[in-house]
Write a protein that binds this ligand. Structure first.
Ligand code: C5P
Length: 227
């Protein structure tokens, strides 16, 4: 069996990471959540005071990029990969609405993207990888054997993300989550560097009306037909 690269892109909260994780597990592939890497850089910038709701010292962040080290470690309890920023596990911290609000401006910075894309390309050099994000099929692995582009209505996506946040105990309103989803999509698809769009050859999957199982089966079939 040949090993392939599976690139999954799409709007925020389309369930990319859920299906990517399931797929990697089933195929025995590595799973990489690139959004987590942009979130980790954002958390670093917040902690240093480089970015907040009313300011963004972009150059300060650019200059400190060599000090930012991101890796993944598997949590032995869950078997899931978690993000480590400068030797500290930040998996929980990067998922807050506070980080979600500031991540898109950080991800629009070319020097940030260059650093993370290089690291992502290294992680996939031996193939056998499922990677999800916004620019995987267009920029990180334009030659990926299988490319997917996931969409769903903003309402469906916000509902999903709202439930997730509430289950974790975050005090958020549905309106705030919806606003964030729409705002991030706007910034992500209109930025100059690597805007979110469907890659050439990508298969579009609208999962508004699919159950998780149906969606997984559909994507697993595509993967197995490609391998
Ligand atoms: O996937 P997730 O929603 O966690 O991604 C958070 C943000 O990181 C996105 O809204 C986008 O701004 C940025 N991102 C990106 N390129 C990727 C993955 C994520 O710009 N490959």
């Amino acid at each position: 069996n040949k090993k392939i690269i599976i690139a999954i892109d799409g709007y925020s909260s389309t369930g990319k990471s859920t299906v990517a994780r399931q797929l990697a597990k089933k195929l025995g592939y590595i799973y990489v959540d690139t959004g987590a890497m942009y979130r980790a850089v954002t958390l670093y910038a917040m902690k240093q005071g480089y970015i907040g709701s009313d300011h963004f010292y972009k150059e300060a962040l650019e200059n400190s990029l060599p000090l930012i080290h991101i890796k993944f470690e598997v949590n032995p309890k869950t078997g899931l990969a978690e993000v480590v920023l400068n030797d500290k596990n930040v998996e929980k911290e990067i998922r807050t609405l506070g980080v979600s609000r500031l991540v898109s401006p950080v991800a629009a910075v070319s020097k940030v993207r260059k650093k993370l894309v290089e690291q992502q390309q290294l992680m996939g050099k031996d193939k056998g990888i499922v990677m999800d994000g916004r620019d995987i099929g267009t920029v990180v692995f334009p030659d990926a054997e299988l490319k997917l582009f996931m969409t769903a209505t903003a309402k469906d996506r916000a509902e999903r993300r709202y439930k997730e946040l509430v289950e974790r105990g975050d005090k958020v309103t549905y309106e705030d989550v919806l606003k964030n989803v729409v705002n991030r999509d706007h910034i992500d698809s209109t930025r100059k560097d690597s805007p979110l769009r469907k890659a050439e050859g990508a298969i579009q999957i609208d999962n508004s009306n699919l159950t998780l199982d149906e969606q997984f089966q559909q994507i697993l079939d595509l993967a197995q037909n490609t391998i």
